[in-house]
Ligand binder design. Structure first.
Ligand code: DQQ
Length: 492
């Protein structure tokens, strides 16, 4: 990179920094700010990028447009944390500045991070019009201090191969297995979604290896933000498919042969069934946990470009979900539960043990918007459903129904806040079980429901700001027996 190019990137980053400095105080006054979820200081956030533990801190990067609470020319925002819940914002890491990544409706799109030889490498998609439409290429930036990033002079590293439209080749995820580096990215070929696998010895020179996975129509025509990782001896492929309706974040578990590059998926599932869970990305914590975070929103559920919720009025938009630990279950399904660090935010904890509610009887949980509730429903209960009335105040309420007859979880947002709508549904696997474990985590604008030990999850946003919201559980259709009931407030 020559001096003029270096300064163009530096100038763009400095401009973003000035914008943030000017607006962050006003944004911080927004009544919708979350207590323990990562959000942008100003402007817009979407996908998680480059999640990594580097030199003693968790580093999360994210798709970021600092200038307005709307998607715009993409930067990479950057924050660090010791506990995955409380975040310190750092200057943006990447800004559009080069002919391959500088465009008002392009920029530095999603990607991943890897450490090698003490250096932090960011792989990202540059999206710009260089005469072939909105062309997407894979690029590299690096840093020795984990704060200041320089774009590699040899960019672009990878261009769309023959048969892949230049605007459908994005979101590189890089990992190392043995002495080989692998990279996957999402693509589309002849109307079918594909995940392309590349390999390299040095992170700089990449050769196409094979198609790791292809949709045969069931998963739409393009995969966004693929992720691939080893978990308990198996491999997990995660992607956000485009062009197949409500599907948002899908996983496949199976076996991977690194020698041949072949993936043999066995089990398919959804990471989350709510309206607000998209583009999840994973990383390995130093203690070996595989942790995922997702953008707490989804393109499908809002009129595109119109509105992503009322926080826009306050100059910001977007947050991440709670980071969740992935575990592979015996049957090959994946469970995702909040990271254990969340326990540290618990206060005023009440261990209520067992409870029996007669038909129509209600049990108050916590008041307010920041709390964590855990319980198990005894499946010998005669009740037909357990109904949680959540975040109820001023005529607003969000209703979570655990339907024991239909084996379904439903989160009804119709009366939530005047701007949200819809009913999110997740299937429950109750066959052969004695209890159904449930966990509900609430923050100012998020409700994250974990059922069946993290296998039937629903994440949704609720845009309320009342001080003293009520949350309670009601037995319907018969007596409801509860076990292991624990509630706590969560400290912001
Ligand atoms: N968002 C990024 C893309 C990705 C999409 C652009 C998914 O890289 O495919 O902001 O939300």
């Amino acid at each position: 990179m020559n001096a003029a190019e270096a300064s163009r990137h530096a100038l763009r980053l400095a401009a973003a920094g000035r914008e943030i400095a000017e607006k962050r105080k006003a944004v911080a006054r927004s009544a919708f700010r979350q207590g323990f979820h990562l959000m942008p200081e100003t402007g817009w956030m979407n996908d998680p990028n480059g999640l990594i533990y580097f030199r003693g801190k968790y580093h999360f990067f994210y798709q970021f447009y600092p200038y307005a609470p709307r998607w715009g020319s993409m930067h990479w925002g950057h924050a660090v944390s010791d506990d995955l819940l409380r975040w310190e914002h750092l200057p943006p890491a990447l800004a559009p500045s080069e002919e391959y990544d500088d465009h008002p409706s392009g920029g530095c799109f999603s990607g991943s991070a890897i450490e090698h030889g003490g250096r932090l490498y960011l792989f990202y998609t540059g999206c710009a019009d260089r005469g072939r439409g909105m062309e997407q290429t894979q690029n590299l930036a690096f840093s020795d201090d984990g704060i200041h990033f320089e774009k590699y002079s040899g960019n672009p590293l990878l261009m769309a191969p023959e048969g892949v439209p230049p605007d459908s080749f994005r979101d590189p995820k890089v990992w190392r297995q043995g002495d080989t580096f692998f990279l996957i990215c999402g693509a589309s070929r002849a109307g079918r979604a594909q995940i392309l696998l590349y390999r390299s010895d040095d992170l700089l020179h990449w050769e196409f290896f094979r198609v790791l996975y292809e949709s045969r129509g069931e998963w739409g025509d393009m995969f966004e933000c693929p992720d691939f990782f080893e978990l308990q001896g198996s491999h997990v492929l995660v992607f956000s498919p485009m062009g197949c309706g409500e599907r948002k974040s899908v996983y496949l578990t199976g076996d991977f042969d690194a020698r041949t590059g072949k993936f043999f998926p066995k089990v398919t599932g959804e990471l989350d069934w709510g309206f607000q869970y998209y583009a999840p990305a994973s990383f390995l914590a130093p203690d070996g946990r595989r942790i995922l975070a997702a953008w707490a929103n989804g393109w499908q559920w809002m009129p595109f470009w119109k509105s992503f919720g009322p926080t826009e009025r306050d100059g910001w938009c977007g947050a991440f979900t709670l980071p969740r630990e992935a575990r592979l279950q015996k049957d090959g399904t994946l469970s995702l539960l909040p990271v254990r660090e969340l326990q540290q935010l618990r206060k005023n904890e009440a261990d209520l043990g067992e409870a029996v509610l007669s038909e129509g009887e209600s049990l108050p949980l916590r008041r307010g918007c920041r709390w964590d509730a855990e319980l198990a429903i005894d499946l010998s209960s005669p009740a037909s459903s357990a109904v949680f009335t959540l975040r109820s105040a001023n005529g607003n309420r969000t209703v979570l129904t655990v339907d024991l007859l239909q084996s379904e979880l439903r989160l009804d947002l119709t009366a939530s806040d005047g701007s949200s709508s819809g009913v999110a549904r997740a299937p429950l696997d109750l066959a052969g079980q004695d209890t159904l474990p449930l966990r509900l985590c609430s923050d100012r604008i998020s409700l994250e429901i974990f059922a069946g030990g993290g296998r039937s999850n629903i994440s949704c946003n609720v845009y309320t700001t009342a001080e003293n919201e009520e949350n309670f559980l009601t037995a319907e259709g018969g007596e409801l027996k509860l076990r292991d009931l624990r509630c706590a407030d969560l400290e912001a």
